[in-house]
Design a protein around this ligand. Structure first.
Ligand code: ADP
Ligand code: MG
Length: 394
């Protein structure tokens, strides 16, 4: 990947800067329930403010699909951001147009204006050229700090860069640096852990890690698909029937790649996906009837722990069980504990895995936690992300 310019490489004094942030936060009753994504952008905003820049901020929130949706207005974000920055954040009910132009003109050095939800406008997701031009119109510089949407070619991530110089914010820069570490000169042994529901979401990243990593540990629902491909019937477990061939071909590929593919040797099975449901630990060959595999078992945790303790670098995407329903979060919890206790440099990504680790209070001693879900996967797959590609080369 080419080196991209960041805000550290340009003059910002008194400049009007459009910052694309990822303020797509969960709301509760008109208030921000979890402000992690807002906090992630603060270093960039503080850096810009300290240099006297005038800030226009923009983000999407939820999926309004090109229409105004009252419950998805950006006002709660403006309020929370103002509290975090300790200074007022003006909010305007428009994304582009004459009202925005005149509000931007009024901005003084160090002042902040938050635009309305980008996705209230049809032109955002369709990457409409005229809409992108209007977004760029009032500003001197475009700063993209929304790594989580960098895999989308939208007006505010890609299109806008045609009309105004585009550089990375500090979060974007850090994401690129950290996620590149396992792709370029990884520390070895490199262990990749992949979990989550589906093989189909992660097949390309799996193939990439087969080439890059020394060990690939598989858990979660996707492990069921691999075990089914090996011929286990697995009772009533979730797996992807139409992915069995792909799973078999990955197993074959692993035999030639020099990357050791490690599947669960025991599983926690339950009758229902409910807290307190009947559960027990079985070998894959013993699962039958209405039992479902919902987590990796203790022997597998131990096995994964051994690979982790021998690793110099670990990358992990996707939870290893149905973590939303305790006690089926145990596998994820214990493997996270092994990782935290190891000397290895760890990089973690994936919306659900990160949420699980946060809920379990296990985010300490992790080298880097990515803010991306789909963007992180595509980055690791080796795809060019439109939101990164659009930035100026260094
Ligand atoms: P991430 O967002 O971290 O990339 P995914 O979205 O791929 O993760 O997968 C998360 C989902 O996978 C969770 O909702 C979890 O309940 C589910 N999951 C994990 N293990 C299993 C399993 N054994 N059976 C069914 N679903 C599972
Ligand atoms: Mg997910």
């Amino acid at each position: 990947m080419r080196q991209k310019k960041s805000i550290e490489d340009i003059d910002l004094q008194e400049k009007l800067v459009l910052v694309r942030a990822d303020f797509n936060v969960p709301l509760d009753d008109g208030r921000v329930r979890d402000d992690a994504r807002i906090r992630a952008v603060l270093p960039t905003l503080e850096y810009l403010l300290a240099r006297g820049a005038r800030l226009v901020l923009a983000s999407h929130l939820g999926r309004p699909k090109g229409r105004s949706v009252p419950g998805l207005k950006m006002d709660p974000v403006a309020e929370r951001l103002g509290e975090l920055l300790g200074k007022p954040v003006q909010k305007i009910d428009r994304v582009v147009g004459p009202e925005v132009l005149s509000a931007v003109k009024e901005l003084g050095s160090g002042e902040i204006l938050l635009l309305e939800n980008l996705r209230f406008e049809k032109g955002e997701e369709s990457n409409d050229r005229d809409f992108a031009r209007q977004l760029a119109e009032p500003v001197d510089i475009f700063v993209n700090d929304a790594f989580g949407t960098a895999h989308r070619a939208h007006a505010s991530t890609a299109g806008v860069a045609e009309f105004v110089p585009a550089v990375a914010g500090l979060l974007m820069k850090k994401e690129i640096e950290e996620l590149s570490r396992c792709l370029e000169n990884p520390q070895r042994p490199l262990t990749a852990i992949l979990g989550g529901a589906k093989v189909s979401d992660k097949i390309n990243v799996m193939k990439r890690f087969l080439q890059l990593a020394d060990h690939l540990l598989i858990g979660g629902g996707m492990a069921n698909t691999f075990l089914a491909a090996l011929g286990y019937s697995l009772g009533s477990s979730f797996y992807e029937k139409d992915l069995l061939d792909k799973a078999s071909s990955i197993i074959r590929e692993s035999e030639e790649s020099g990357c050791r593919l490690v599947l669960p040797t025991d599983l926690v099975v339950a009758r229902e996906l409910e807290p307190g449901s009947d559960s027990k630990v079985l070998k894959p060959e013993d699962i039958d009837g209405d039992w479902k595999a919902v987590d990796i078992g203790p022997e597998t945790v131990k096995d994964f722990g051994t690979f982790i303790s021998r690793s110099a670098m670990i990358v992990w995407n996707g939870p290893l069980g149905v973590f939303e329903v305790p006690p089926f979060d145990q596998g994820t919890r214990q493997v996270a504990g092994e990782m935290a206790a190891s000397e290895a440099y760890s990089i973690v990504g994936g919306g659900d895995l990160v949420a699980a680790l946060e809920a379990l209070g296990l985010t300490g001693n992790i080298g880097f936690i990515s803010t991306g879900g789909g963007a992180t996967l595509e980055f690791w797959e080796g795809k060019d992300l439109p939101g990164i590609q659009a930035l100026q080369d260094k």
